[in-house]
Ligand binder design. Structure first.
Ligand code: PAF
Length: 282
């Protein structure tokens, strides 16, 4: 595996591969890799000649009171995992090379960024869209792979790529789950034993909601109430930021089911913020 830290060298390396007619699959990550990331890498390997993984804890997507400083970091463990997955290139730039002193260009994706998580994390999706755009310009991937767990992130990135005519295919891969259904996330590492057990209520609320929808005879308000009731019944949930039924394209709350519906939840367990979602066809 080639380790590249300098954006200019990454760009030259990609240009060489592309000039030989090779396809490049990029898996952008912030490290602390888990099975969810590895599933993206496996998919990228099956569809591309070269697989590049980026590890970059992007400071501009964290709010002032968020977890940038304590975000889990495990460079050695990550490198072992990437080598055993047969990754070709690890791109691990330093903050100063991605955001040099005079950096001043930010991407704003209107509307999509303000809903759901965006309402609780102002500026977050601008930070995500900006860094992903930079990674695309540096790595020049044929395809880029993201997990459905961050559904709103995938919507924002797809919109950015389309609006800015980026020459990359965005591939969204299924959420990987622990045995009790909890969506895999680097932030699960923050949970105490009790909180980790409590966190499975998120999946249970989504799963039972999806079953109720599929069985018919419910409306969106019933589903919202069902989710809130389940979450309220778990004492370790300190805050429910949102739980409801949303349009899968526009991400706004809906009062009537459509063909494809997004059910999504964001809660805090202690100080750890967890999100999850499911798409339900009607
Ligand atoms: O999902 C993540 O890990 C990050 O938001 C991403 C896409 C790597 C951008 O920093």
């Amino acid at each position: 595996m080639e380790l590249i830290r300098i954006p200019r060298i990454m760009l030259e390396t990609s240009k060489q591969h592309l000039s030989k007619g090779k396809t490049i699959g990029l898996v952008p990550t912030m490290g602390a890799l888990h099975e969810g990331h590895l599933s993206l890498i496996k998919r990228a390997k099956s569809e591309n000649d070269i697989v590049a993984v980026s590890i970059f804890v992007n400071p501009i997507q964290f709010g002032q009171n968020e977890d940038l400083d304590k975000y889990p970091r495990d460079t050695e463990g990550d490198m072992e995992k990437l080598k055993s997955e047969g990754v070709d290139i690890l791109f691990m730039p330093e903050v100063k090379t991605i955001y040099p002193a005079r950096f001043s260009t930010y991407i704003t994706v209107k509307d999509l960024s303000d809903r759901l998580c965006g309402a609780f994390r102002p500026g977050h999706f601008s930070g995500v869209a900006t860094v992903v755009c930079k990674l695309f310009n540096i790595v020049m991937p044929t395809r880029a792979y993201f997990g459905q767990k961050d559904f709103q992130q995938t919507a924002v990135i797809k919109r950015t790529a389309e609006d800015l005519n980026m020459n990359v295919e965005i591939v969204v891969c299924p959420t990987m789950r622990e045995s009790d259904g909890l969506a895999m996330s680097s932030r699960n590492a923050y949970l105490s034993h009790g909180e980790r057990k409590a966190a499975s209520v998120i999946y249970k609320a989504l799963k039972t909601s999806s079953e109720l929808i599929k069985a018919g005879n419910v409306n969106t308000a019933d589903i919202q109430k069902h989710m809130h009731d389940m979450l309220k019944a778990e004492p370790l949930i300190s805050e429910t930021q949102y739980a409801g039924v949303y349009d899968a394209d526009a991400l706004d709350e809906i009062n009537e089911f459509k063909k494809q519906n997004l059910i999504a939840i964001a809660v805090k367990i202690g100080s750890t913020r967890l999100i999850d979602n499911m798409l339900v066809e009607f």
